[in-house]
Structures are given as C-alpha cells and as structure tokens.
Design a protein around this ligand. Structure first.
Ligand code: NI
Length: 172
C-alpha cells in the first residue's frame, strides 16, 4: 500500500480523456488499493485514476456516512446508461482544494461498470452517490466540476484560485 500524490488543477492530466482499462491484473488491483488509501487519508468520498496521474478509466467511491462502516465501490470503465431528475448541490474536489460550488447534475442514474476481475455490473444510484458518480466519471472525460460552472462563476473561481495559489506561494 502506498499513498499517491493527488494532482491539482490545472495539471494537464486532469483535462485529458482517460483510456479504457483492458488488463484486469494485479497492477490494477494495486492501483485501486493505493487509490483507496489515498482517498481515505485525504479524506475524500471519491477519487478517479487521472487525479493520481494515471489516465485510465477507473474510479473509487465511498459515500457511507462517517459513523457507518466503509463502503468502498471500485468502478472500472464506468458509464451512465440512463439518467433522470435534476439537482444542484455543492461539490468539492481533491484536485481543487479549498473551493466549493454548486453544480447541476441528474438526481438519479443507472450505471454500467466492470469490477476488478472484469465482470460487468449494472446499478442504480441516487442522492449523494449519484452526484459523486457523475463528478468522478467526469474526471475520466477530462472534465472538472469547475468546468461545469456558469461563465460568470468560472471567472470568479479563476480569481479566487489565483489568490489561493499566491497565498500558498507566500507560505513556501
Ligand atoms: Ni474530483
């Protein structure tokens, strides 16, 4: 097990479309384990492989409430095959630290994915899990939640981000 480095906006890997996973081998299992350790340490409720510099279509999610047992889900080559409803909830991202904003998403989705052995699954998700899936699947397309803000809000984000970066530079 190893903690991986989480890439931050605007790292170019984060805006690249990730490649499908074709080999369901020990390396993939190891990557999933390391990603889980990294996500729990952050802490976060979702992490996509491109966020740790691996441009492959795998995400991990654990939306279980803090006082309940962990519920890790590993989704390989995931896709949304059906979506309905709308919601507008505040999101954050481990690749965009200290910034939160509301994003339009579907409130209920049907997903297809493979597990670490390559077996295919279909599942329905709603609420926080549905939002988290859409956020993480976006990472595989090279899309960050800040890319889904209105042009006005994106402008505000860029200014805030520049200020945060400048403050971090001062601390160094
Ligand atoms: Ni994210």
């Amino acid at each position: 097990m190893a903690l991986l480095q989480i890439l931050h906006y605007p790292d170019p890997v984060l805006s690249k479309k990730a490649e499908p996973v074709t080999e369901f081998d020990d390396d993939l299992k190891q990557l999933a384990e390391d990603m889980a350790e990294t996500m729990y340490a952050a802490p976060g409720i979702g992490l996509a492989a491109p966020q740790v510099g691996v441009s492959k279509r795998m995400v991990i999610i654990d939306c279980a409430p803090k006082d309940e047992p962990a519920q890790l889900t590993i989704l390989v080559n995931p896709e949304i095959c059906d979506a309905e409803g709308e919601c507008f909830e505040e999101e954050g991202c481990l690749s965009v630290p200290d910034y939160y904003a509301s994003v339009h998403r579907h409130s209920k989705i049907t997903i297809r994915y493979q597990d670490l052995t390559g077996h295919a699954h279909q599942a329905e998700a709603e609420g926080l899990l549905a939002i988290c899936c859409q956020h993480e699947f976006d990472h595989l397309e090279g899309i960050l939640f800040v890319d889904r803000l209105s042009p006005l809000k994106r402008g505000i984000f860029r200014k805030k981000w520049q200020k945060l970066q400048a403050r971090q530079m001062e601390k160094m």
